[in-house]
Design a protein around this ligand. Sequence first.
Ligand SMILES: [Zn+2]
Ligand SMILES: [Zn+2]
Length: 148
Amino acid sequence: MTFLKTGGCQCGEIRYEINCEPTVVYACHCTECQRQSGSALGMAAVIPAEHFRLTRGAPKSFPRTGESGRTMSCWFCPTCGTRIHHSPAGLAQNCNLKPGTLDDTSWLRPTVHVWTRSAQPWTVIPEGVMVCETQPKDRSWLTRREPS
Ligand SMILES: [Zn+2]
Ligand SMILES: [Zn+2]
């Protein structure tokens, strides 16, 4: 069965599709993700860039430098401002999709929780997931793919 999921921004100007399962879906509790989402945490689905395809519209980007000193490009709809994805610095092969923009989000299960140091005190981290108080030094979990 071929994997195909579609998504887009709030106003509908940006539409995209992904045609492979994420390498990993993670939840980030850092204060930047809290600010960006206006919420308690951010989620990302790591997709190899060649499996992410824009089907409508042209997102804009701005550069943001993280605590690590690395600069990433953050892509958003120029009309409604919905963040679509970011391109992590030094990992250009990855598209870190904001998976809440998918049309169907029911299948998303974060298996990694990072920056739990700044998680809201009422957040419950499920058992059986990988947890890191900050950012794992080793970034291999962002690129490791299970053989399929
Ligand atoms: Zn939009
Ligand atoms: Zn974050």
